[in-house]
Design a protein. Sequence first.
Length: 132
Amino acid sequence: KVGLEQPMCADGRLYLNAEPMDTYDIAGKFVSACRESGLPYEFKINQFADRADAMVFYIDNGNFDGYFGILNKILAENPQIKKRIGKPPRLTEKVNDVIGYKISDGYRAGLCRSSCRCTITINSRASQSTLC
């Protein structure tokens, strides 16, 4: 994962089914655009050609339009990359023909994604120790 130069509450995810040869180029452009816009960013890249979730962008739903706009602009300015983008993962809401969206699992109002993960881990460990 890359990002978190500033904290964010990532309560949504945008998916891009990019080819491995394009992921780092898209990522670099995404980081630059987020920095220019003042948007915090966090994402992960999978380098497997057979995965529909090659790129997952964790977003704050309050800034959905900003993140969605950045991805659309990157693809509009790079038609050769856009031609290689596959369909979004099946279990996502199709925002357009190449970008999928899903609310983050385990998200609770008022808590950041990392806070949710920490709480889940702590609770899991606590329940394991009581079983011994």
